[in-house]
Design a protein around this ligand. Structure first.
Ligand SMILES: *Cc1c(COP(=O)(O)O)cnc(C)c1O
Length: 420
């Protein structure tokens, strides 16, 4: 049901089992409506205490703190695993998303010698495209892009279209995002895994805009590898470490391109030559960021407490309300939906396109009304986050957006004269 009045939205908030979770986060007084939790999640109240505990451990234990800290990448990975639909022993928290993407893509290419084609998505997040472009520079390698348009939810059919243009046994790796960073389109992960595996390729998913927002079942869907951000829906804080997943059955055949001492079997033997650790631990490189790990651990605690089914239920209701309000109030101002038209394959955020989206985003922030992202060329990206965004906030945000879109200052300004 989508609320048709502000009173109804307020009543739904009161009845919603997730409403109390808002109190687990820090809110400034009278701040703007925050619809940007997919860029940087809000700060959980538990984070300050978690960081203070690490500072105490550091002060008291000094180097002996490593007795406890050394296993944190795997321990926090195991705690995160249920949000990914993954059993334990397959997830690590370490490095940045970009670095993890590189490590796993390079590992996949090495594991498929003789295959020279990488398949990516023309509409993917820049770092994914750039990492794949970099890997494709090696002589003989080629990058093929699925180009189904920015709002199409990718599935086996779109991948088959690209595979039809390659020879049998050519594709080593398919690397796509689970939720498109701009449109919010959700890929059919099981369908893609299936088609890729039948072609003999490995699949690597970037789930930065998916983990913590949409239901994931990496184990059941047959995913080989995945990575994702720690600071978006996982609330780990600015620059929080990323996570990586490698299916247990693939551990033995995949090796990190970075032969670091943290991925070494028997790390403290300090032996003469590199021997990869037996499990997912082989994908560690160097010393992990313990403060970042503690912060991410505190960031996922509210998600684990609420559970993905309840979060997903509320997310769908928030996005449906946002879409209905946008159609009613922003459509007449020349805005249109830049997300999948059908709610089925929509993730946790909605994209609205308008020629003055850049100026609108700037004015919304400057007037402290709404925080939303501008994404070139003309998209305003709105992410109501189930843990801490209310239906009333969604209800109220849309007329604010309408107010700036119909403001003569925005209408007369060339979009390029505004900077976000
Ligand atoms: C946000 C995001 C990233 C960020 O990568 P960093 O290495 O943390 O800067 C990567 N991939 C996708 C799809 C993203 O949305």
């Amino acid at each position: 049901m989508t609320a048709s009045s502000r009173e109804q939205a307020a009543a739904e908030d009161r009845a919603c089992p997730l409403t109390p979770y808002r109190d687990l986060f820090v809110f400034g007084a009278g701040g703007p409506i925050y619809l940007d939790g997919n860029s940087l999640g809000r700060q959980p109240r538990g984070t300050a205490g978690a960081l203070a505990r690490v500072l105490e451990e550091w002060a008291d234990d000094l180097v002996q703190g490593w007795d406890r800290w050394a296993g944190l990448s795997a321990a926090v990975g195991d705690r995160l695993a249920p949000l990914l639909g993954a059993a334990g022993g397959q997830v690590l928290v370490c490095d940045s998303t970009t670095v993890n993407l590189y490590k796993l893509a390079a590992a996949a290419l090495e594991a498929r010698p003789g295959r020279q084609v990488i398949v990516g998505d023309a509409h993917d997040f820049p770092t994914v495209r750039y990492v794949l472009q970099g890997l494709a520079r090696q002589p003989g390698r080629r990058l093929r892009l699925v180009d189904a348009g920015p709002t199409v939810a990718l599935g086996g059919e779109e991948l088959s279209g690209v595979l039809a243009g390659t020879a049998a046994g050519e594709v080593a790796l398919v690397c796509l995002s689970g939720v498109n960073y701009r449109s919010g389109a959700v890929a059919d992960m099981a369908g893609v895994n299936d088609v890729a595996h039948r072609a003999g390729a490995l699949v690597l998913w970037d789930l930065s805009h998916a983990a913590g927002a949409v239901p994931l079942s990496l184990d059941a869907d047959g995913a080989d590898m995945a990575v994702g951000c720690g600071y978006k829906y996982l609330n780990g804080g600015p620059g929080a470490p990323s996570w990586l997943y490698v299916r247990a059955a693939r551990h033995a055949e995949l090796a990190s391109p970075i032969w670091g001492w943290w991925g070494q079997a028997g790390q403290f033997d300090m032996g003469p030559t590199y021997q990869p650790a037996p499990g997912v631990g082989r994908f560690l490189a160097g010393t992990p960021d313990v403060l970042g790990l503690a912060s991410l651990d505190a960031g996922i605690a509210p998600l684990l407490q609420a559970g993905i089914p309840a979060l997903w239920h509320k997310t769908r209701s928030l996005v449906a309300l946002l879409a209905a309000r946008a159609e009613e109030l922003l459509g007449p101002l020349g805005a249109s939906l830049a997300s999948p038209p059908d709610p089925g394959p929509r993730g946790g955020h909605l994209a609205i396109s308008h020629p003055h989206a850049r100026a609108a985003s700037y004015l919304l922030r400057q007037r402290r009304l709404v925080v939303a992202d501008f994404r070139p060329p003309d998209v305003l990206r709105l992410a109501p986050v189930a843990l801490y965004t209310s239906r009333v906030e969604v209800w109220d945000a849309v007329p604010h957006i309408a107010s700036v879109l119909s403001d003569p200052a925005v209408r007369s300004a060339p979009p390029s004269s505004w900077v976000t």
